[in-house]
Design a protein around this ligand. Structure first.
Ligand SMILES: NC(=O)C1=CN([C@@H]2O[C@H](COP(=O)(O)OP(=O)(O)OC[C@H]3O[C@@H](n4cnc5c(N)ncnc54)[C@H](OP(=O)(O)O)[C@@H]3O)[C@@H](O)[C@H]2O)[C@@H](O)CC1
Ligand SMILES: [K+]
Length: 243
């Protein structure tokens, strides 16, 4: 499949640019739209008419990828799912992360901490899918604990419970792909703004690929060397289908 990608350093620059003094987005705004994109991709892949269960396990990491997961969980609740969040290492860099957690409590979405038994939710009888919002474009392998253990459990369950990875399949090298042994293979990848090079390593027969994070005008995409993606109507995601 051919699509333009942006290496991790460029993706970080694009992010900085969007939130810089000239353009003026806030992280909160972009994260809300990123989380909405992921929730919409989950709804498109697992529509109510085609499922008998509604629980979704959202694994949220310590960075902004995790923040996308926290937003996604809240929106999944509005979309008719029963999300449960496992958030073992809270983000203390920006105060609004604790507000995202408060909002989840307001929505009666359980947020499990490091000592809670999250594995009971990794159960194919009840769980539609797992949202992998552990790490995104700032991840550098090898993975450190406790996340190595979490990834091992995910890998063991992935044939029974589909994984939806946010921006980058966690554990993959952002630019090189699945270079570490025993990487997870998501059933769905939702690239944000523009795919990272690791997305070129997915097998389209194994992994459905969406692009989301619909928040830039055409000229800005061109500045970073890619064309805008062909979103339809008010959709927040577009599925990339092999040619
Ligand atoms: N414009 C867009 O598209 C937007 C994108 N957004 C989203 O932001 C994501 C990027 O977020 P990000 O930069 O905060 O980094 P992310 O990948 O979450 O991880 C950083 C954390 O991981 C940790 N860590 C790193 N390596 C590790 C290891 N081996 N083992 C263990 N830990 C490790 C690292 O720890 P540290 O090294 O600092 O100790 C730090 O705590 C992006 O992918 C997209 O999802 C939207 O929210 C906004 C708009
Ligand atoms: K991820």
């Amino acid at each position: 499949m051919s699509f333009k990608t942006l290496v991790s350093k460029q993706a970080a620059l694009l992010d900085k640019d969007l939130m810089g003094p000239e353009i003026g987005f806030t992280l909160e705004q972009l994260m809300e739209l990123a989380g909405l994109s992921v929730a919409q991709a989950v709804l498109k892949e697992f529509p109510r008419s085609q499922r008998t269960k509604s629980q979704v396990l959202v694994l949220a990491g310590p960075g902004n990828n995790g923040g996308d997961g926290l937003v996604c969980a809240r929106l999944l609740k509005l979309f008719g799912f029963k999300p449960v969040v496992y958030y073992p290492k809270h983000n203390t860099k920006a105060p609004f992360f604790s507000k995202l957690v408060k909002q989840l409590k307001f929505f009666k979405v359980p947020v499990l901490n490091t000592d809670d038994d999250w594995l009971r939710y990794l159960n194919p009888n009840d769980t539609v899918c797992v949202v992998d919002a552990l790490f995104g474009f700032s991840f550098k392998p090898p993975v450190r604990e406790p996340f190595g253990g979490v990834l091992n459990q995910l890998r063991q369950a992935q044939d029974q419970i589909p994984i939806v990875s946010v921006d980058v399949p966690t554990g993959w090298d952002v630019d090189e792909g699945p270079v570490e042994p025993n990487c997870i293979v998501p059933k769905v990848l939702v690239s944000l703004t523009v795919p990272k090079p690791c997305a070129l390593k997915i097998d389209p027969l194994e992994t459905q690929h969406y692009v989301g994070g619909r928040f830039i005008p055409a000229e800005f995409a061109n500045k970073y060397g890619f064309e805008p993606f062909a979103y339809e109507n008010a959709d927040q995601v577009v599925k990339l289908v092999p040619e």
